[in-house]
Design a protein around this ligand. Structure first.
Ligand code: TRP
Ligand code: SF4
Length: 327
């Protein structure tokens, strides 16, 4: 039986943080079972940074370097940049003719995000921003993907994608499968200050942070504020370090909790253990990344090769679409 086909993408926002690591590990696992397409959504990055585009190209290269270092394998998966495949834009245009405006206006994230950006003094009331989920539908359907690994926040976009596929198939002829969402068990790690992890809060930990930065970030993690002296009994459930231990030091977790509650371990020592656990995981990734960056031009080659393979599939879909629409 043919393998199922997976597609997923990320906007190139620069270096990745460890919140992305579980997403990438999931992609890496999916490579074993599926034909995978992974791409840098650089046109999507324009929706919020159309005034300041200077870093988009470089960010794609950095992000894809990170992907390769974590273990995405260009021999097995098609790794490419959205803007290299113009067919996404053609399909998006054709879809824009058949989608009712109300479908886009009612996407729950739309009004929220416009509001959020407005509060930051940014106006994103653009045509492109409204159309973001439709371009995403084109990204997915152009490869006739069966499933899309996404986080929960993307479910409304995937639902819209399925509706567009259904409408097209019904109106013309059945070209598109209705892709399902593969909800990944993404571990939601807080930032070091216990807010949502985000580069804009500077509370994130880079996957490829060097040893000094890593130490600084671990030191900045918020612990139980009720502990003043190191033998005060602690409450691990309110502590960021504890949340990280639960993911990165699972075998030591029970012991740490117990010692914390009894006031037998100080936060400084506890953070030192955290730093060691993180470094054990991140050091080999850093090494892999260095090997990759030492091969000059390698990432560009991967993307060029990926574009060739992606284009082959995308142009076949467009042939079917044009035939179905008789244009
Ligand atoms: N919207 C996605 C995000 O912000 C990125 C994206 C664009 C995507 N096109 C996609 C994800 C297609 C999956 C499939 O994370
Ligand atoms: Fe957090 Fe560890 Fe301090 Fe307990 S001992 S509060 S788990 S850092």
């Amino acid at each position: 039986m043919a393998k199922g086909r997976i597609l997923s993408g990320m906007r190139p926002t620069g270096r990745l943080h460890i919140g992305h690591l579980s997403v990438l590990e999931n992609w890496k696992r999916l490579q074993e079972e599926y034909d995978c397409f992974f791409f840098s959504a650089d046109w999507h990055a324009l929706t919020t940074s159309f005034e300041d585009t200077g870093e988009i190209k470089e960010n794609t290269l950095e992000m894809v370097t990170d992907w390769l270092a974590v273990g995405l394998d260009p021999e097995r998966s098609v790794i490419f940049t959205q803007s290299d495949i113009k067919e996404h834009a053609e399909l998006h245009l054709l879809f824009s003719m058949i989608i009712p405006l109300s479908w886009l206006e009612r996407v729950p994230t739309y009004k929220d995000q416009v509001q959020q950006f407005r509060e930051q003094g940014k106006d994103i009331m653009t045509y492109g921003f409204l159309g973001y989920p439709l371009l995403q539908a084109a990204d997915i359907l152009i490869y006739r993907a069966d499933a899309v690994p996404v986080g929960e926040d993307q479910l409304p976009h995937l639902e819209l994608c399925r509706e567009v596929a259904r409408r097209f198939n019904h109106m013309y002829s059945p070209v598109f499968p209705e892709p399902r969402a593969l909800l990944s068990r993404v571990r939601l790690l807080p930032g070091v200050d216990n807010r949502k992890m985000s580069k804009s809060y500077a509370n994130d930990i880079g996957i490829f942070a060097g040893p000094d930065e890593l130490r600084k970030k671990v030191n900045a993690m918020i612990t139980d504020p009720a502990r003043i002296r190191k033998n005060d009994p602690g409450h691990p459930e309110v502590c960021v370090v504890h949340k990280y231990h639960s993911i990165y030091s699972p075998s030591e977790l029970a012991g740490i909790e117990e010692q914390c509650r009894r006031g037998e371990i100080g936060c400084v020592a506890c953070k030192k253990m955290m730093h060691e656990s993180l470094d054990r995981i991140l050091a080999p990734l850093r090494e892999r990344r260095e090997e990759i960056t030492a091969r000059r031009g390698y990432v560009r080659e991967v993307l060029a090769e990926g574009a060739l393979k992606a284009r082959r599939e995308a142009s076949e879909t467009m042939r079917m679409v044009r035939e179905a629409m008789k244009i």
